[in-house]
Ligand binder design. Structure first.
Ligand SMILES: [Fe+2]
Length: 473
């Protein structure tokens, strides 16, 4: 059985292919169509997927009947149906079950509570599951309009950002604000885990104060604070209800790396798959049909540029210019560049931040992330766990030494690397460390603001021409 998993018509279409528990391919539609957060899969991604195998079965990440009824309620087309690209047997799984399977079946756990929090699935918005052995069972569900994701997205929109896309910018802005100014006001919209009556789907339509730049930062800080408090309540509830020590956290909310850090106060071990949002659900649906744990090795599962990791060229470039871009091997499955489609730079140079921002044409307040050799992480950051996919923002212990990777609030969104995880990137860090005594590089995604990560050689060519840059391949 070779299973094609499909996710589309939400905001991050993707395709996955698995065979006997091996993940052959997993990629994002946007990287092929060059349309950020593309809702639909395209011919090019399917053609690339076929390089890795020919599917015999299809798994779809939502229940079309339920989805159709919701689209109808919204005033959408009554004849909506999913695009199934091949004439093969199709199995449909619910939106939140696909999230749960993407998380649990890529984890190392045989016993865990699985929490899924997003904006909305078909109707579910927050679900709690138990994973034991190969079985996943739902314990509790909350339906629309109660929603962690819609709460966060509505405020994202209120400050002038794109909902369902730019929540991560709101999270970055929170570091610049004073949460106390609007805490009580924002808290009224989401006063407790069970009392959230406001329907966020239409946005925050009753905000009655002018919003300038400082207000935006202060609102962001209050929203992040309220979100974290409610999240902790929800997670404590999930733990009490199931008695589990291991957490699998999925859904778009699991991308909030500032809040995620606090979950280590509740659970002994945590797995957040590197693609916890809807784009991860093509793999989740495929895993649901397989019904067992997958052989999870790494998130480098997309388009293949080939080549060995160009360690020496990158190192030479960093020592010469302080900054390089690299595009090599298979593309990351997930929103973060984890070394194969990355801009890498010297974290000790305080000016490097401005240079990277100029290349990426993005807001100056946005933080950059460090990638660190896993065994040195706890010397530089307040953490005693690994964060292989940049999922936790933790306090930096030596901010003066690596100023370009520390956010204004003193935290860094850390990526830890072991030799097994990415031998090339690890060797690069090892060499940089042997010369500088710093086992860390700045790592940010290789794209221009508002555009998807670079995927293929043509993207590399265009990027080089626009920026008069020389990406290492
Ligand atoms: Fe979702």
């Amino acid at each position: 059985m070779i299973i094609l998993g499909i996710n589309e018509t939400s905001h991050d279409a993707s395709v996955s292919l698995i065979k006997d528990g091996e993940i052959l391919f997993a990629g994002h539609a946007e990287r092929y169509s060059k349309t950020k957060n593309d809702w639909y899969n395209n011919k090019d991604i399917y053609l690339d997927m076929l390089n890795y195998g020919t599917p015999t079965h299809i798994a779809y990440y939502e229940h079309p009947q339920l989805k159709r009824s919701r689209i109808l309620l919204r005033g959408g087309a009554a004849d909506w149906k999913p695009n199934i690209p091949m004439d093969l047997p199709v199995k449909y799984f619910s939106h939140h079950y696909s999230h749960a399977c993407a998380g649990y079946y890529t984890s190392k756990f045989n016993d865990a509570v699985i929490v899924v929090l997003d904006a909305i699935g078909e109707y579910n918005t927050s679900t709690i599951w138990v994973g034991e052995g190969n079985k996943i069972k739902q314990i509790k569900k909350f339906n629309y309009p109660f929603s962690f994701g819609l709460f966060y997205s509505a405020f994202t929109q209120l400050v002038g950002l794109k909902p369902n896309e730019e929540e991560y910018i709101l999270m970055g802005m929170a570091g610049y604000g004073d949460y106390q100014r609007y805490f009580n006001k924002v808290d009224e919209y989401f006063p407790s885990m069970s009392q959230q009556k406001y329907n966020f789907h239409k946005g925050i339509i009753d905000w009655d104060e002018p919003i300038g730049q400082q207000e935006k930062f202060d609102i962001a800080a209050a929203v992040q604070k309220v979100y974290e408090q409610r999240l902790m309540e929800f997670m404590r509830y999930a733990k009490a209800k199931t008695g589990k020590e291991n957490l699998v956290f999925m859904g778009g909310c699991a991308l909030n790396c500032s809040a995620n850090t606090k979950l280590w106060d509740i659970f002994s071990d945590i797995w957040i798959m590197p693609n916890p949002g809807d784009a991860g659900s093509s793999l989740g649906a495929a895993a649901a049909l397989y019904g067992k744990h997958l052989n999870w090795q790494s998130p480098y599962l997309g388009y293949d540029l080939g080549g060995d990791y160009p360690v020496q060229k990158i190192l030479d470039g960093i020592f010469e210019d302080g900054i390089v871009a690299v595009a090599t091997g298979r593309a990351e499955y997930g929103p973060r560049a984890l070394g194969n489609r990355s801009i890498l730079a010297d974290p000790t140079d305080p000016d490097i931040k401005n240079k990277v921002n100029l290349i990426k044409k993005r807001e100056l307040f946005r933080p950059f992330a460090p990638v660190v050799m896993a065994e040195h992480a706890s010397e530089w950051f307040d953490m005693n766990y690994e964060s292989p996919y940049m999922q936790y923002a933790v306090k930096c212990l030596k901010p003066d030494l690596i100023p370009s990777v520390v956010h204004v609030d003193g935290t860094s969104r850390v990526q830890t690397v072991t030799k097994d995880q990415h031998p090339g990137l690890y060797t690069l860090l090892e060499k940089f460390y042997s010369v500088t005594g710093v086992p860390i590089l700045l790592n940010t995604s290789l794209n221009i603001k508002g555009q998807p990560l670079l995927n293929d050689m043509n993207d590399v060519k265009i990027f080089n021409e626009i920026n008069r840059f020389n990406i290492i391949t």
